[in-house]
Design a protein around this ligand. Structure first.
Ligand code: GUN
Length: 290
C-alpha cells in the first residue's frame, strides 16, 4: 500500500479563500479584523513563524501589527504591551509567540491575554471550555489537524488515536478534540515504555515529538492514518517531520507531508480564530450602535 498524501497546502488555500471573502464582507460592514503578534527576542524559527502569520493575515485583508521586543524585556513591560492590546478596539486577536525567554513566566503572560482575544486558545478559560465542549478558541495546530482529517474523509468515531507528545499547545488539546469525536485516545510521551506496542495499535497516529524522522515503518500499523506535526531539519539540513515519510507512506493509508501538511493549517486556523473574534466583537458593536 502507498498512502495517499493529505495536502495541507491545498486544503489551506481553499479555506483561506473563504476567510478572505468573509473578511471582505466584515470590512464592508465597517469592521476590519486585526491581529497583533508579539515577538520577544531573536529566535530565528520564531521570527520565521511570526513573519508567516503576519503575511497570511495581510493577505486575508486583515490588519496586522507586529510588536518586536528585545530578549531582555522585563515581564512587566511585556504585560503592559498585552494590556494595551487588550484595550485596543482595532485588535481582535493577540498572539505572543512562544517560547519566551527564561526570565519571563509564560503562564502569567498567557493569562494576561483577554480570553476574548486569545486566538491561540492557550488561556485557561479557553482550554477549560474546549475540554467540556463549550464554544471557545481552540489551539491552532490541533484545530488544523481536525480540519485536515475532516477534509480527507477520515472517520474518527470508534478509532484508536495515539498521540505522541503531551504539550499544552498540541498533544493535550489534540487528544481532547479526538475524544470529543468519539475516538479512543492514548497519549504517549518521552517516558512511555515500549512505545511501539502503542503506536502499532493506532488507526490514527499523531506525531508531535520534535525529533527528525523518529517514527519509522516499524512503529506503524498497516493502513493507519499518520499526521506529522514535526518541523525539523534532517542530516542534510532539509526540512522534515517527526515521521520517516518515505518508509511510513508504504504502510499508511494516508499521510501528511512536511512541509505542506500540518504547518499551513496552523496559520489558517489562526486566521479563522481572528475572523471569529472580530465577527463576535463587531456584531455586538453593530447591534448596539444600529
Ligand atoms: N510556538 C510554537 N507554536 C506556537 C503557536 O501556535 N502559537 C504561539 N503563540 N507560539 C507558538
Amino acid at each position: 500500500m502507498t498512502g495517499r498524501i493529505i495536502d495541507g497546502k491545498a486544503i489551506s488555500e481553499q479555506i483561506r479563500r473563504q476567510i478572505k471573502s468573509d473578511t471582505d464582507r466584515l470590512i464592508e460592514r465597517g469592521c476590519r479584523p486585526g491581529l497583533a503578534v508579539v515577538l520577544v527576542g531573536d529566535n530565528q524559527a520564531s521570527r520565521t513563524y511570526v513573519t508567516n502569520k503576519k503575511k497570511a493575515s495581510l493577505a486575508a485583508g486583515m490588519k496586522s501589527e507586529l510588536i518586536e521586543l528585545p530578549s531582555e524585556v522585563s515581564q512587566q513591560a511585556l504585560l503592559n504591551t498585552v494590556d494595551r492590546l487588550n484595550r485596543d478596539p482595532s485588535i481582535h486577536g493577540i498572539l505572543v509567540q512562544l517560547p519566551l525567554p527564561p526570565h519571563i513566566d509564560e503562564s502569567a503572560v498567557i493569562q494576561a491575554i483577554s480570553p476574548k482575544k486569545d486566538v491561540d486558545g492557550f488561556h485557561p478559560e479557553n482550554v477549560g471550555k474546549m475540554i467540556i465542549g463549550q464554544d471557545s478558541f481552540i489551539s491552532c495546530t490541533p484545530a488544523g489537524i481536525m480540519e485536515l482529517l475532516k477534509q480527507a474523509g477520515v472517520g474518527i468515531a470508534g478509532k484508536h488515536a495515539v498521540i505522541l507528545g503531551r504539550s499544552n499547545i498540541v498533544g493535550k488539546p489534540m487528544g481532547q478534540l479526538l475524544l470529543q469525536q468519539d475516538a479512543t485516545v492514548t497519549y504517549c510521551h518521552s517516558k512511555t515504555e515500549n512505545l511501539e506496542t502503542f503506536t502499532r495499535q493506532a488507526d490514527i497516529l499523531i506525531a508531535a515529538i520534535g525529533q527528525a524522522k523518529f517514527i519509522t515503518a516499524d512503529h506503524v500499523k498497516q493502513g493507519a492514518v499518520v499526521i506529522d506535526v514535526g518541523m525539523n531539519r534532517d542530516e542534510h539540513g532539509k526540512r522534515c517531520g517527526d515521521v520517516d515519510f518515505d518508509s511510513v507512506r508504504e504502510k499508511a493509508s494516508a499521510i501528511t507531508p512536511v512541509p505542506g501538511g500540518v504547518g499551513p493549517m496552523t496559520v489558517t486556523m489562526l486566521l479563522k480564530n481572528t475572523l471569529k473574534s472580530a465577527t463576535q466583537t463587531c456584531s455586538n458593536y453593530i447591534s448596539t450602535n444600529g
